[in-house]
Each structure stands twice: as structure tokens, then as C-alpha cells.
Design a protein around this ligand. Sequence first.
Ligand code: URA
Length: 235
Amino acid sequence: MRIDKFLSETGVLSRKESGKAIRSGRLTVNGEVIKKPETHIDPEKDSVTLDGNIINYKKYVYIILNKPQGYVSATDDPNEKTVIDLLPERERKLGLFPCGRLDKNTTGLVMLTNDGPLAHRLLAPKTHVEKEYYFEVKFPLSDEDIEKLENGVDIGGYTTAKCRLIRKGQKEANIILTEGKYHQIKLMLGAVHNQVMKLKRIRFDNIVLDENELLEGQWRYLSKSEEQMLQKRNG
Ligand code: URA
């Protein structure tokens, strides 16, 4: 891979900035200053520094963030703040996109990655990745409502797949889905004549949102073991 491409892919510098930095001697490869942007390197093996700092190459990046209300799950939007706006400049340059969407007024766990093939696999209906949400509703939930929701309800021409609910109170529960239709939970509660007042995603597969560690608006990289577990999910 060309070194200027390597620098822009890691998000350290833009392609244009990379050319300048290289020509002015700020880069080394395996300890030797290089001055040609067309120099080829092996990102897995060669040690590259910029101004003396080692640059780690990772082809794909995986981040989770705790989305506050008011942000849309998109990479850019002419009128709205997006989840990408919550990241620092370096991470904003990595070409990340949300793996699955939360509504603007839904909070909680969003995974961001630039790994298109993995995101595609995780979002495919046949992969059945579990997503767990906590919700509060306007009216008390009856046991009958819970049973109906678990067995599937009509949300406008589509009957939802079987799912699991864990009651947390008269008007609150966790719901575990393995599918992700547009506004699914709001529509499901609407189908039992209720209304969602608060909705938060608390788990994506085995990645649990720890709100002591990640306050609303905060983010972190996935750990190696979380990453490996996701890689093992196949449709
Ligand atoms: N279901 C909804 O209704 N909204 C979300 O944001 C996620 C699931």
C-alpha cells in the first residue's frame, strides 16, 4: 500500500496533507526517513512514524457510543446533529457509519464501524443478533399485552417475530428483539394501544451498555474480545 494512502486510511492526515508531510521528511519507515509519497509499505509489518510517533494501522475500527436524544443515526445530515458529530476529529475521518439505526429521540448503544461486510452480516435478518431495549410506556402494561407482544403483533402489514419481554414495573420493561424494523418498538406498543415515552438500547449482541463507564454522548473502542465475538457471528 502507498504510504500516503496508509496515512489517510488511518485518519492521521488527509491524502494532500500526507504528501506534504512526507516530502518534508516527517515520516519514517522502519527507522528511515522517506520522502516519496509513492513509497510502498506493508501496513501489517512495517513500522511507520510521523514526527516520531508510531502510527498503528487498523483496517477496520469498531466503536460503541451512548447516543443522547437529538442525534440522528446517520453519517451526515443537512439539518440534524449526527452520531458522528459526537466523535473527535481523528475518528470522524475514519469513514465510520452506524450499524443499525436508533430514532432521533431514542438513547443508548450504537455501534459504529467502517467494516461494511461485518455490518452487513450483523444486520442481515437471518443472523438474528439480539438487541435489548429498556422502555417506559404511558399506560400500565397488562400480562396479556406482554404475551401478545412476545408472540408477535401486526405493525402495519407485518407481523413481528417472536421476542422476549422482561417486566421491570407497571409501565416499564426490557424487550429483546432479533429483528429491526423501522420504529419497531413504538409500533409494537402502539399495536397494544399504548405509547412509548422513553426508549433506550442497552445491549447489542453481547455488548452491554455500561452507563457508569459510558455517559450519554461518550464512546469507546470495542475490546479485542468483543470484536472477535462479533466477527464470529454469521448468518
Ligand atoms: N424501535 C423503535 O421504535 N425505535 C428505535 O429507535 C429502535 C427500535
